[in-house]
Ligand binder design. Structure first.
Ligand code: ADP
Length: 179
């Protein structure tokens, strides 16, 4: 039988333990799993594409059949270019289902050979999202256990960087007479 290559697409801004849980599960059922970071020119992500890629690469290095890539445009076109036959997506709660079903059916319409496979994370990650992690962190809450240690460190660095940037901008914008 032909080896099955699957694509796991997402923003991964940032990578959470829920994503990692899914990557581990996917690596066990597919011959090859490509984690593909979507370049979203219309969204302003917290982490740059390179930062997200670097975090993903370092956290997935232990899975020998997992690689990290980036893509733009139609997922079906990208999957075809990689010789992939499956797309992996995560379902956390019923609320994910409607959107995911719509995407899966549209992708099937665009390429009927591409199958979407849904997997569920461990229960403890079923309420976890990158958006919530950013929100908790922004308001000073703890994200321990929700993201890998390395991501937590990067979040700290990012907040410091942003705060420094804001202070410098504030200084630069202050009228000359009030310095
Ligand atoms: P997107 O911006 O496309 O939602 P994400 O990076 O947030 O991208 O998610 C990519 C995929 O990972 C989606 O299928 C999403 O449902 C899934 N996912 C995100 N968080 C979790 C989690 N905690 N458990 C399982 N799947 C998840």
């Amino acid at each position: 039988m032909k080896p099955v290559i699957a694509i796991y697409p997402g923003s991964f801004d940032p990578l959470t333990n829920g994503h990692l849980d899914l990557i581990e599960r996917g690596s066990k059922i597919f011959d090859q799993l490509i984690v593909a970071i979507l370049r979203h020119p219309e969204k302003a992500p917290l982490f740059t594409l390179d930062e997200r890629r670097e975090m993903l690469e370092s956290m997935t290095g232990r899975f020998k059949n997992v690689s990290v890539d980036t893509f733009d445009g139609l997922l079906v076109a990208y999957a075809r270019s990689k010789g992939a036959g499956a797309v992996l997506r995560g379902i956390r709660a019923i609320s994910d289902y409607e959107y995911e079903l719509q995407m899966a059916l549209m992708n099937r319409k665009l390429d009927r050979r591409l199958e979407t496979v849904f997997m569920m994370p461990a229960e403890k990650y079923s309420y976890l999202s990158s958006r919530l992690v950013k929100e908790i962190f922004r308001h000073g809450g703890s994200v321990r256990g929700l993201v890998p240690k390395k991501v937590e460190e990067r979040l700290h660095e990012k907040v410091m960087q942003n705060a420094k940037g804001k202070m410098q901008n504030g200084k630069a914008r202050r009228p000359a007479g009030r310095r």
